[in-house]
Write a protein that binds this ligand. Structure first.
Ligand SMILES: [Mg+2]
Length: 111
């Protein structure tokens, strides 16, 4: 699936959430949500490493599911934020990391 299609579906989900809960989406709210979701991911990671109180600990499968869910929340928020800011995320990723990654792999494979 292309990133633009993922972004389109994420935007549709955000619109559905906004309508369902009567919460207008804005860049300011999304930045706050990004901080919230990043914190939730950090908490899941803390739990997964058993760096938490005993009563918060969960089994390894649940821990991995929690980590996946929370990192997905972070990614979804970033994707929707990019849409609201009219940023072509694929182009930005290409410029920031993909071209360099591709060049590194080509060099590594040639060695
Ligand atoms: Mg979350």
């Amino acid at each position: 699936m292309e990133l633009s299609e993922i972004q389109r579906l994420v935007d549709a989900n955000a619109e559905c959430y906004s309508k369902k809960h009567g919460i207008p989406l804005s860049v300011d709210l999304l930045v706050l949500k990004l901080m919230e979701e990043t914190g939730e991911f950090a908490e899941a990671l803390t739990v997964s490493r058993n760096l938490c109180r005993a009563e918060k600990r969960v089994d390894a499968v649940t821990s991995q599911e929690n980590l996946a869910a929370e990192i997905a929340d972070v990614a979804v928020t970033v994707l929707h934020l990019a849409s609201m800011l009219k940023i072509d995320l694929e182009a930005a990723l290409e410029k920031k990391a993909l071209a360099k990654g591709r060049a590194y792999l080509a060099e590594r494979n040639a060695a």
